[in-house]
Design a protein around this ligand. Sequence first.
Ligand SMILES: Cc1ncc(C[n+]2csc(CCOP(=O)(O)OP(=O)(O)O)c2C)c(N)n1
Length: 899
Amino acid sequence: MDMITPEHLIRQLDTDAAETAEWIASLHSVLQAEGPERARFLLSQLASAAREAGLNWRDARITPYVNTIRPQDEAPYPGGADAVALEERLASIMRWNALAMVVRANRAYGELGGHIASYASAADLFEVGFNHFFRARDDQHAGDLVYFQAHSAPGIYARAFLEGRLTEDNLAHYRQEIAAHNSGTQGLSSYPHPWLMPDFWQFPTGSMGIGPISAIYQARFMRYLEHRGLVPPQQRRVWGVFGDGEMDEPESLAALSLASREKLDNLVFVINCNLQRLDGPVRGNGHVVDELETLFGGAGWNVIKLLWGSDWDPLFARDEHGELVDALNRTVDGQLQTFAANDGPFNREHFFGQSPGLAAIGAVLTDDEIDRLKRGGHDLRKIHAAYHAAANHRGRPTVILAQTKKGFGMGSAGQGKMTTHQQKKLELDDLLQFRDRFNLPLSDKQVENLEFYKPPPDSEELKHLRACRAALGGPLPRRIDSKVQVAVPALESHAAFALDADHKEMSTTMALVRMMGNLLKDPVLGKHVVPIVADEARTFGMANLFRQVGIYSAQGQLYQPEDIGSILYYREAKDGQILEEGITEAGAISSWTSAATSYSVNGLPMLPFYIYYSMFGFQRIGDLIWAAADQRARGFLIGATSGRTTLGGEGLQHQDGSSHLVSATIPNCRSYDPAYAYEMAVIVDDGMQRMLEKNEDVFYYVTVTNENEPQPSMPVEARDHVRDGILRGMHCVLPCEQPAIRLLGAGPLLKEAIAAAHLLEGIYGIKAEVWSVTSFSELARDGMACERARRLQQSDAMPWIAQQLHGSIAPVLAVSDYVRAVPESIRAYIAAPYITLGTDGFGRSDTRAALRDFFEVDAKWICYTALTELYEGSKTPAQMREIASHLGLNLDKPISTGI
Ligand SMILES: Cc1ncc(C[n+]2csc(CCOP(=O)(O)OP(=O)(O)O)c2C)c(N)n1
């Protein structure tokens, strides 16, 4: 849809109308005779001629404050006026039921909360999508994906109620999921939660900004699957309905240029520009619509402004001197909100009263008609025209900037009010006004009781609603829990090098990458593997995969890479398998989520490995990981070059000492910090089996390091027992009879624990046993579950860790390259005295040895700490100082936290 500058504006600025008309006529004749390509060429030639002449001219990024689509270009409404009337009635009913749901819940329990005003403004935008555009998955079509604004959820429930998917009982349990469960029914979650309503919601959008970035990467991942030949090309779209306030989130805008660069014309954003957010106007002193037009347009999107309803068309037609458009251009959002909050007489006086010309335009309307003048996002015909144009636009993603009124129809109780976002209770008078405003067939008593309303099943409304959805493949939203399995190759087939490493030197990162390379070659699993990096493939030794499987690029490779002669050359390909995202962890995790939920979204399980600097994971993009967990993601997050003392040299912004603390809080995330390549292989194998064969909704966080180490082989005897220990969180790597102390070492510090054991024995004759702790969080979870089961008289099973350490009362000392809170998490399940060492404080740039001394976690410090416990009461402080000095330790150094 080409943008046309309204004629009245041109007239206003025009000093020689005849000359202008000639230029425009020439353009039209080129367009007609030679087509748009030639017209574009001529325009760009003109533009460069203007630049050369020093005109300093540039294309205005902001068009006038009117609709992009002219009335004569609007696509006809399917079903015509009858359909419009029916759908308006349906939208009114849904508005009522959504409102009743929220007000009822809050009448009963004032603390439950909920939102009315947002859906009231978005209802028409949703309805046109539901009735005419949003395709559901059926046998013929894989279905569109729709990201719904989270706090408009009551409206989605209200529609599902009319469709017969939810009952009155469900609606009565809005935001009362626990009470509902206890009474044997399904409650309705506050926001879209695939974890809590797994057959209903597909995408968790409750944390603002996550929906927009996820939608973009989802549309991109659809293309990736098509280009790799894994799914047939289909006219599938991703729709995202978001708020204008939400666009302030950095994530909302972060990937706009990716969407246009990749020509994602399968993507449509609908931004509900009700001009308000929670506290007040989004851009009170400006136009948020214009700002978004500049941002999206500048990023290469097709922008459609949908600002005014059909009842404005005759007013624009009479606006011969452009006064109306000029007034709209000048009226800032804060003022537009005030107009929304006031009635016809106010608007006549303060808007149309600005000049005699405007007053004349407004004079043909009664006060009531002025009051009811619609904004574009409340006019079904205009919305349909915009969606139709978006769906048929080729080569670019489209954003529709739809202007609405927040709290539409809530009258003096809420429409356009500053406080409307949090309005959850309405007085009887306001409810009655709402009923009258939307002509709802409810008695005063029914209104007072907030009764839900559903027309009879054979009513025209419900027949129409059902027919529309049937034509589009069925109900939406709907999450499908696909049970497709993918066979996982035997561990020995891809990880023999790690199981039988025989003290070959390698880092666990190298081992992981080598394993992944082998998995990519597997005839069954290979094509499901999705390696993802955010510009760190070389850092992690993955450059060999560039050539092996190629880097995905929708355009293929349009250049000869500089390193073409190299066997590791930078190969981009349309069917490339690696997602090389550039420097965007937020983008990379969004790709990961798309791949990790493909089993449900596309009915095609994929196995993503996103490998990143562990510091830039849970800390930087933790909320996106939380959303992935809610969405039941299945895949591997690989926190590479992890640990606070292992990534020597990098300093405090890169050294990660906390990600395991955060990952432990996500219930369906299994976190591991393996020391050895064989441990890592066992963990990845277990993950693949659970996720791909057993279809468990879990994902794995595995930290790997860049420290080259001689890798032991997996013990040949009792491999099942060792495997069990690795997966449950600990196994013994240096057994000993009647140890004086047990040392628990994790990840890169296991070798320091082993060295400490040798020091203890060699210098002090003290016997120490050493265990490799692969997961403090798995040990802690098991401990908590056992403790609770005991407290609730359900079982007296002993925690796994207690079983492992049973039979000795020797003290236990744990050391981790993460903050002490990580090893502290298992304290409650250890009967013996327990001491922990960790890496609290900011990181530093230095060698690994210096860092481990600084954080007091190296072999000498472990040895000294063990001695303090063992010599408690038998050595004087002076003697202990002597021991420290003998070990070369400075007991007067400052604490690592520095405070
Ligand atoms: C990351 C995040 N921050 C804050 C919120 C709380 N919040 C929920 S809705 C809302 C205002 C939304 O305004 P807008 O996007 O304009 O949507 P509207 O309700 O006006 O349609 C806020 C701040 C949130 N859900 N997520």
